[in-house]
Design a protein. Structure first.
Length: 316
């Protein structure tokens, strides 16, 4: 499912670190060398390179990259080079600080990471910002969004496949009743979405569709301008069809006046080692255009080359 391509024979981290140091030297940065190394190393290897760079040169590789690179290329390289829990902690911090209902990074992190991954993210957040993830989410969100997001990011869900069919049936009916009443932020709706395992939620949503003839996400489109309903649909989509959710984020990022590089960078950098192959397939099925072609149309230069390498087409 990942699109990251790692060679069968990878140089020692010290050699990669030395090559990166050379890329920073001379009359200008060798961006192609940076791309050729970092886009073909997995998270564990990138962490080792960063440690080797610090040991050899007494400097954090991220600081060196920050000094040498600029703009969107700098952003994607730095986000990619971070260890995944650190990366998610940074993205969560930025999203929480915005306090914008339309920003989806918090929902993505809460709903597409495992409970173990969320625990590592919270620890990385504590270490980086000297306060809790939940504290910042609570401080920067309001009303219904706070009711939804704080328990979402705090969740420690059961990750197994077991499902209680009777519970799925009763909670599908409960959700339908609350939606019919337009009680979208009811504590029972929040409780179900923020505590049940993903397998149990899938069973409940399937039961909802079977019993009432509509997917729950369709019934939550009652008011297209309601930002809380939009957030609920994003939560459900992340749980049920994450590849379709991310396909839409990418499509909206590049199919409008001016590319949303922030969203494009976030999705590709966080999913290249997870399920980018599925996202690419979903993109082609939805748009009849390969994702590589769409990215080439909307991006340029080293930024374009880096993204293409991460999704499996290395033009660098």
């Amino acid at each position: 499912m990942a699109t990251l391509s790692v060679p069968s024979q990878v140089p020692p981290p010290s050699e990669d670190a030395d090559q990166l140091r050379k890329a920073f030297g001379g009359w200008g940065t060798n961006e192609g060398l940076i791309i050729s190394i970092l886009t073909h190393r997995n998270a564990a290897q990138r962490k080792q390179i960063r440690q080797a760079y610090a040991d050899l040169f007494g400097e954090d590789l991220l600081k060196a990259l920050d000094k040498e690179l600029t703009r969107d290329f700098e952003r994607v390289v730095l986000i990619w080079t971070l260890d995944p829990p650190e990366r998610d902690a940074l993205l969560a911090y930025e999203s929480a600080k915005k306090g914008s209902p339309s920003d989806r990074a918090l929902i993505e992190i809460a709903c597409t990471r495992t409970s173990d991954e969320l625990l590592l993210i919270r620890k990385a957040y504590h270490a980086r910002y000297k306060r809790s993830f939940e504290e910042d989410v609570a401080a920067h969100t309001k009303e219904n969004f706070r009711k939804l997001l704080v328990p979402l990011v705090s969740a420690l869900r059961y990750e197994g496949p077991e499902v209680n069919a009777s519970l799925a049936n009763s909670e599908a009916k409960l959700l339908h009743g609350k939606i019919a009443e337009k009680a979208y932020s009811d504590e029972e709706v929040i409780r179900i979405l923020t505590t049940r395992s993903k397998a149990q939620l899938l069973a409940t949503f399937n039961e909802y569709n079977n019993d009432f003839g509509n997917p729950i996400s369709k019934d939550l489109k009652a008011d297209p301008k309601d930002e809380f309903l939009s957030a609920l649909r994003a939560v459900i989509k992340c749980f049920t069809y994450p590849e379709k959710y991310y396909e839409k984020i990418i499509r909206l990022a590049i199919n409008k006046m001016g590319t949303d590089e922030g969203a494009l960078t976030r999705v590709i950098a966080t999913r290249a080692e997870v399920d980018m192959k599925l996202i690419k397939d979903a993109y082609y099925k939805r748009n009849s255009v390969p994702l590589e072609r769409a990215i080439k149309k909307d991006t340029t230069g080293d930024y374009e080359d880096f993204l293409l390498a991460l999704i499996g087409q290395d033009d660098a």
